[in-house]
Write a protein that binds this ligand. Structure first.
Ligand code: HEM
Ligand SMILES: *[C@@H]1O[C@H](CO)[C@@H](O)[C@H](O)[C@H]1NC(C)=O
Ligand SMILES: *[C@@H]1O[C@H](CO)[C@@H](O)[C@H](O)[C@H]1NC(C)=O
Ligand SMILES: *[C@@H]1O[C@H](CO)[C@@H](O)[C@H](O)[C@H]1NC(C)=O
Ligand SMILES: *[C@@H]1O[C@H](CO)[C@@H](O)[C@H](O)[C@H]1NC(C)=O
Ligand SMILES: *[C@@H]1O[C@H](CO)[C@@H](O)[C@H](O)[C@H]1NC(C)=O
Ligand SMILES: *[C@@H]1O[C@H](CO)[C@@H](O)[C@H](O)[C@H]1NC(C)=O
Length: 355
């Protein structure tokens, strides 16, 4: 065991001397990051998601959203997964997340399966990025080689979650600004909004469009009147707003270009969705029209934008840590007795037995 450790340390030093890249702060992510340390990680993640989504197809959408809500708040560092503690003000309680974030339990299930095969190796932030891609493919959406090598952060920021995550009432210009702040352009905004091709939303987030839009006494004029009647049945005036409805009334659980053809017939669910097509003179309109007729173009732009988003503010090298339990930083997990010291020390045994 000691000689194995010595070899490992020597290899590390050679990598540092030769490249330096994996340990420098602006290191690049790499799709083959776990080739030697956890070659089967993608299959392990896929298997858990596949099995959960058979009973709960919506989970595929929920996992894509989780990666987005991670990346827009101090980068893709799994900060969204940190639970409230005496030192953490959880992002899970921020307005865009409260009562709507899903999949935290599934991420823990995935992490447990991954830890079993490759202890102390795969970050929670990488699990979120992999889960987003695998969820897209399991819903017949695009696949891509997920750049990996993120490390998990030691902090969360609820204030930033409230500030950075866009609201469904934002104008197109505000959405553009929120995305630009993350290094994402207008094409990225339109492509990533296409994730609203699956999943559900609560009535409370669009009911303002159905009865008395902006105090006009009338519904949102950019809402299809047939669709309006359907939405009113699901979301009664003055109701609690807790009912759910599909983002895509045509193919609710499939990842396809119908989000864009829906916008063309005024069937965008959120105000922020419909505006991409209905804001007169907006440069988003031609992009919507393109994606509505050319699914390959949409998938290509979605791939590129997801990789771009997945690179936001990542921690690499020796920054942060590899969390053992995704809901807590390791020092807290140890304090809570969630880290079993014996199992945390068995990484070599685990590596040998999995070969
Ligand atoms: C452009 C600005 C965006 C706004 C204003 C927005 C807003 C929302 C809102 C209000 C919901 C419904 C939440 C609920 O009722 O519980 C939602 C759900 C969802 N969002 Fe977005 N979103 C945006 C962009 C994105 C992006 C970039 C992605 C991913 C790439 C995404 C993926 C999803 C998915 C998949 C769901 C459904 C989740 C589920 O069913 O659990 N959204 N979004
Ligand atoms: C990889 O993981 C999958 C899913 O858990 C499993 O079915 C398969 O046997 C694994 N392959 C190897 C080589 O461990
Ligand atoms: C973390 O919080 C979520 C709810 O936000 C809860 O479902 C989960 O059980 C918590 N995790 C742990 C390990 O306590
Ligand atoms: C989006 O809307 C919310 C409330 O509706 C507002 O507080 C926020 O400033 C807007 N975002 C941007 C980028 O303007
Ligand atoms: C619509 O909202 C405005 C402002 O909130 C209010 O003054 C008006 O009475 C409402 N109209 C109806 C028909 O409820
Ligand atoms: C939505 O919720 C209301 C109560 O607010 C309920 O009466 C109604 O049946 C629900 N509609 C659907 C379609 O679930
Ligand atoms: C509203 O939707 C129907 C299909 O349900 C469609 O035929 C019609 O053209 C749409 N109206 C507008 C203004 O887009």
């Amino acid at each position: 065991m000691n000689s194995l450790r010595a070899v490992a340390i020597a290899l590390c030093c050679i990598v540092v001397v030769l490249g330096g890249l994996p340990f420098s702060s602006n290191a690049q992510l790499d799709p083959s990051f776990y080739r030697n340390t956890c070659p089967n990680v993608s299959s392990i993640v896929r298997e858990v998601i596949r099995s959960v989504s058979k009973k709960d197809p919506r989970m595929l959408a929920s996992l894509v959203r989780l990666h987005f809500h991670d990346c827009f708040v101090q980068g893709c560092d799994a900060s969204v997964l940190l639970n409230k503690t005496d030192t953490v003000v959880s992002e899970q309680d921020a307005f865009p997340n409260r009562n709507s974030l899903r999949g935290l339990d599934v991420v823990n299930q995935i992490k447990t399966a991954v830890e079993k095969a490759c202890p102390n190796t795969v970050s929670c932030a990488d699990i979120l990025a992999l889960s987003a891609e695998l969820s897209s493919t399991l819903a017949d959406g695009p696949d891509w080689k997920v750049p990996l090598g993120r490390r998990d952060g030691l902090t969360a920021n609820q204030l930033l979650a409230n500030q950075n995550l866009p609201a469904p009432f934002n104008t197109t210009d505000q959405l553009k600004a929120a995305f630009a702040a993350q290094g994402l352009d207008t094409t990225d905004l339109v492509a990533l909004s296409g994730a609203h091709t699956f999943g559900r939303a609560h009535c409370s987030l669009f009911v303002s469009r159905l009865y008395n839009f902006s105090g006009t006494g009338s519904p949102d004029p950019t809402l299809n009147t047939t669709y309006l009647q359907q939405l009113r049945t699901i979301c009664p005036n003055g109701g609690p707003g807790t009912n759910l409805t599909n983002f895509d009334p045509t193919t609710p659980d499939k990842f396809d270009k119908n989000y864009y053809s829906n916008l063309q017939v005024k069937k965008g669910l959120l105000q922020s969705d419909q505006e991409l097509f209905s804001t007169s003179g907006s440069d988003t309109i031609s992009i919507v029209n393109k994606f509505a007729t050319d699914q390959k173009a949409f998938f290509e732009s979605f791939r590129a934008a997801m990789i771009k988003m997945g690179n936001i503010g990542v921690l690499t090298g020796n920054q942060g840590e590899i969390r053992k339990q995704c809901n807590f930083v390791n020092s807290k997990s140890a304090e809570l007795g969630l880290i079993n010291v014996a199992s945390a020390d068995s990484s070599e045994e685990g590596m040998v037995s999995s070969m």
